[in-house]
Design a protein around this ligand. Structure first.
Ligand SMILES: [Zn+2]
Length: 241
């Protein structure tokens, strides 16, 4: 089951969660009847991703670590999923960062039963603090485990960021690039849709079911339009022929 949040800096409240799918399933303001083969989509947009691998002092087994091969494969698979949008992501840099409020994070990891779901989401937001954040990159905090069994979480606001786990809270389903690709979709302005499970932005649970079938995952033409507009607004565009 993929977990998915969109949290604003103003309200700091849960806006988009798989269990509340109807609250964020609207595709309003997204144009329809657009073809993915439109000439507008032919130029490649390349977007930088900055990875922050979160570490703990007290429990090194919860440190997020990725090998070069895992990083290479992760980006290959995310780019495969996003290929229909002609958006490519590259690894801008990797940083090791301490988990902020480590004791709170560890307690939530080990005793999630003491917390409301919204509190667990808040734990993930504060654990991933990026100093002097550069908003010209997509910031992704990689954690070994989430506080709850979520496949990823997106926080919007002044300092938008994605938190993506190497494994579910239970330790199952490691390294699912579909969940990262889904959260990046939120970063690029996409909401959940109500299409079939094969679509990337379908909310509840579908990404895990598609594990290993990344070449089959689809984006709606309207989603491609919105994501490319967002990318053009914030990032450098490289036209390639
Ligand atoms: Zn989502």
């Amino acid at each position: 089951m993929i977990g998915c949040y969109r949290v604003t800096a103003l309200k700091n409240l849960l806006l988009c969660f798989l269990l509340l799918l109807t609250a964020c399933s609207s595709t309003e303001n997204q144009p329809t009847n657009l073809s993915a083969n439109s000439a507008d989509f032919q130029s490649v947009i390349t977007l930088p991703i900055r990875l922050h691998l979160l570490r703990t002092q007290a429990e090194p087994q919860l440190n997020a670590e990725m090998s070069e091969q895992e990083l290479t494969e992760l980006f290959e698979q995310v780019n495969l999923i996003w290929r229909s949008a002609n958006i490519k992501f590259y690894l801008e840099s990797v940083h090791a960062r301490p988990v902020i409020f480590e004791q709170d994070y560890l307690h939530a990891i080990n005793h999630p039963e003491f917390y409301q779901t919204s509190e667990l989401a808040k734990q993930m937001r504060q654990a991933c603090e990026i100093p002097k954040q550069n908003n010209q990159v997509i910031n992704v905090c990689v954690v070994k485990r989430m506080t709850v069994n979520m496949g990823g979480v997106y926080f919007s606001g002044r300092d938008p960021k994605v938190v993506w786990p190497l494994a579910m809270h239970s330790g199952s389903k490691p390294l699912n690039p579909a969940t990262l690709a889904h959260e990046i979709g939120h970063f690029l302005g996409l909401r959940h849709n109500q299409e079939d499970d094969i679509y990337l932005m379908k909310g509840r649970g579908n990404n895990i079911r598609r594990d290993g079938q990344y070449d089959k995952i689809k984006l709606l033409p309207s989603e491609i339009y919105v994501a490319r507009k967002m990318a053009e607004r914030f990032f450098v565009i490289l036209n390639q022929t």
